[in-house]
Each structure stands twice: as C-alpha cells, then as structure tokens.
Design a binder for this molecule. Structure first.
Ligand code: NSS
Length: 431
C-alpha cells in the first residue's frame, strides 16, 4: 500500500507511481479533466484525457466529491505550469470512500466556523503550511540542544505547587493527596535537572488559566525550557540569541515554500542573527515615554507597550533587569540594584510581543526562603526545591520559549489559535 508521496515525485519523472490521498479540488475543460490529489505532503494534478483511458475510468471523475479518498496510478510528467511542477497522467483509479458534502469549501468562511471544524480545517493548504513550519521549529529546537550537549529531562505535568503565580492555576483533585495543579512551567524541575546533568532542557505542554482573551494567550501551550548550571544572566542571554538565530535560520532554509504560501515577508526574519538588540527595562521605559505612552516605572509591559518597544527594532529585542516586584519569586536580584531582578524577556519584532521569558535564579537558601514567604507561597510544597540550595547550590539560569507565539511570529499570523493543532482558550475546549 505505501506507494509514493507527492513531495518525492521529482525522483520519479517518466516513471509510473501509485499515490494515495484525498480530493482537494477538480476541474474539467472539454476532453480533459483534472483531479487535484492531496496526500499530506503536497498537491498534484492528475490528468484524465478522454479517449486515452476507459469510459468507466473517465466517468469516475463525476463521482468524486471534495475530500473523497482514492488512489491513483499513472506516469509522472514534469510540467512547469502545474501546481507543484509535476502532473500525473492517470491510468488507474481506486475509490476508497465518497465523501459527504464537505463543509469547508474554497470560499471564505468565518474563523469561528472553521475553528468548530478544526479537525477538518487542518487539511487546508494554509493550515498545512503552518503545521509544517511548527514541525520544523520543534525539530530545530531539539537539534539545537541535542547538538550542544544538553540532556532532555522532562518535567511533570501534574504538580503540587505553582511556578508562575497562583492566579492562573488549573486545579484538580488528586486521589487522597489533596489538590494537584497542571504545570505552568517545567522550570523548577529543570533546575533539579541542571544540578544533576549540568545542561538540560524540558519540553512539554504547559497550562495557564488565562482569563484574558488576547491574540497571544492560550490556556494550553507548549514551552521549551533550557536550564544551565553556572550560567549567569549574560550567558543566558547569549544562549537565547544563538537559539533564536538557529531556529529562524533553519525555518528560512527548510520551509521557504511554506513561508511563501503564507505570504510572509521574511525581511525581518533574515535579520535574526547574533547579536540581537539589547536594552534594559529602564531603557524600554524611556522608549515608551518618548513615544508618548503613559507608563509608570515599576509596571509590567502590556501587549501594546511591547508592540511600541519592539517596533523600534528590526530584529528581536532583549529586555533585561525588570523591577523585582513584578517578577516571579525565584529570580535573583541584581547585586548592583536590589530593586531589579536578573530577568530577561525577548520581544519579537513586528508587534508579536514576548516569546521568551527567563532569568538567573536565586541560589541562596535564606534569600529564597524570604521570597517564598513574601510571595505567600506554602514553604512545605517547595521543600524539595529548597534542597537544590541546600546541597551544592550554584549560580544558574534558564528561560522558556513559547512554541505557539514563535510559530505565530515566524509565520506572520495575527492570532495564536492557528499555531497549534487543537487550541485551548478561555472560550474554546472543542474539538
Ligand atoms: O511566564 S513566562 O514568561 N516564563 C516562564 O514560565 C519561566 N518559568 C520560563 C523559564 O524561565 N524556564 O513564559 C515563557 C514563555 C512566554 O515568553 C511566552 O512565549 C509563553 O511562554 N507563554 C504563553 N504562550 C501562549 N499562551 C500563554 N498563555 C502563554 N504564557 C506564556
């Protein structure tokens, strides 16, 4: 059954192949009929010529409806005019199933209509391009860390404690042990991994009960989180720069066709090379003030603030040293100004906002105990984490990159809902 795949047709020019797939579209003009077959790797037109094939075979054209499943045999011809550059001179056809009237037609549909049919919408050319870019981003991420001596140490999803504040926790009952929470970030466990293996990353789904209905927020999203023993904030920033360069340049190289189909202007993506732009929080606030934004030092940046800041740069901008007050309990304070945390965010250009958040971690036991108390967190739930400071504590740093925001930025999409196969948002849990 396997047959050939459309993306490999260039190796079969002049030869006979068998292809399996679904009907993307069809058209006819007089004695010639075209079936557009989609197989998940591409779309190819299969040509049926009256007189060259049996009446019965020629008539099967009429039976096939959009998304009907079928297999064809035929000769591969190179044809510059054909979509994809090849066509199949059809000689045999086997129908697997005639599809019922397909709800998604080539006409425009509203986004809610499509989102309700996400299981079918994934078959569309645009979604196909986005998912292939997502795949390549994820592969680039793994290749990057695997090629640099990092060990994959995955974090649990059911956890007894919060990482990123207590307001966005999803809660569930956990047998006789009380409450469990869906993880907001694998970081705390990655820190344990770093003390065991030096350089680690975890990569998995993370959850936030975000009440906000924005184009950047999902309640379930994927995050990759490297954590490195003996890295300080500066080492962390350099790792983030090298990492982003690798991801973006890999996508530009391997997914040019998909980016073209998405009509992505790649000028700014080509600029994603080390060193990126670097500013402090204070400098970012200055930018906002110069642009006439009413912003008070000490606040966190909102979506529009991030857009204004990032619009000043033609590549991602690294913003470091935020007021400690607005950042998580585990961040180390700047020894030169204890009001600041050794935090780092990376804002994508063109208004895509924050894609990376990270920091150097507090490595002193007593200071960390004090922070846990200040943040009113239950110390007992963090005893294991505090052990990392009791037994051979060292400076260490890491960050988290959100996959969906990265896909949205690289593909040039205006909402994260199209960046993940089945999005979960405040108002969407299905399909
Ligand atoms: O909250 S973060 O800024 N940082 C952390 O969770 C750290 N514990 C990571 C670490 O240092 N290991 O989230 C990191 C990234 C952020 O920059 C976004 O790209 C993404 O995770 N993120 C989200 N993406 C989609 N939807 C939501 N709700 C979301 N929240 C964060």
């Amino acid at each position: 059954m396997p047959g050939t795949h459309i993306e490999d047709l260039s190796q079969h020019v002049g030869g006979d192949v068998e292809l399996h797939g679904w009907l993307y579209n069809k058209r006819s003009s007089g004695k010639i009929r075209f079936l557009l077959l989609r197989d998940g790797t591409g779309v190819v037109q299969c040509v049926m010529m009256k007189g060259n094939i049996s009446e019965e075979l020629f008539a099967s054209f009429d039976q096939l409806t959009q998304e009907s499943s079928f297999s064809v045999k035929g000769k591969v011809r190179k044809d510059e005019r054909a979509p994809g550059g090849f066509e199949i001179e059809l000689s045999a056809l086997k129908i697997h199933q005639i599809a019922k009237e397909y709800p998604i037609t080539p006409k425009e549909h509203g986004v809610e209509f499509l989102a309700d049919r996400r299981h079918l919408w994934l078959r569309s050319a645009r979604q196909h391009a986005i998912m292939r870019v997502r795949h390549t981003i994820i592969k680039a991420i793994r290749d990057f860390f695997d090629g640099r001596g990092f060990t994959l140490v995955d974090s649990p999803i059911l956890t007894p404690n919060a990482v990123e504040g207590t307001t966005t926790l999803f809660e569930t009952e956990y047998f006789d042990l009380g409450k469990a929470y869906l993880t907001q970030s694998g970081q705390l466990y990655a820190e344990a991994g770093a003390m065991a293996f030096g350089k680690v990353y975890c990569f998995g789904p993370t959850f936030r009960a975000e009440k906000s209905k924005t184009r950047r927020h999902l309640s379930e999203f994927w995050m990759v989180e490297p954590e490195v023993a003996f890295n300080d904030l500066n080492d962390n920033i350099e790792l983030a720069e090298e990492f982003l360069e690798y991801i973006v340049q890999t996508v530009l190289k391997n997914r040019a066709e998909e980016l073209k189909n998405l009509e992505r202007n790649t000028t700014f993506l080509e600029n994603v090379k080390k060193p990126l732009a670097r500013i402090s929080y204070d400098e970012a606030v200055e930018i906002l003030k110069k642009k006439g934004v009413a912003f008070e030092w000490g606040n966190d940046f909102g979506g529009t603030d991030e857009t204004v800041i990032s619009e000043q740069f033609d590549r991602p901008v690294i913003v470091h040293r935020y007021p400690a007050k607005i950042k998580a309990f585990y961040m180390k304070r700047d020894p030169l100004n204890p009001e600041l945390a050794l935090a780092v965010d990376v804002l994508a250009p063109e208004g895509y906002g924050e894609i990376i958040g990270g920091s150097q971690r507090e490595d002193d036991l007593d200071v960390l105990l004090q922070r846990i108390a200040e943040h009113k967190l239950p110390q007992s739930a963090f005893e294991w984490y505090l052990d990392l400071r009791r037994f051979g504590s060292v400076p260490h740093s890491g960050f988290g990159l959100g996959i969906e925001r990265t896909v949205g930025w690289i593909c040039g999409l205006d909402h994260v809902r199209e960046t993940i196969p089945f999005p979960r948002m405040i108002y969407r849990l299905a399909p």
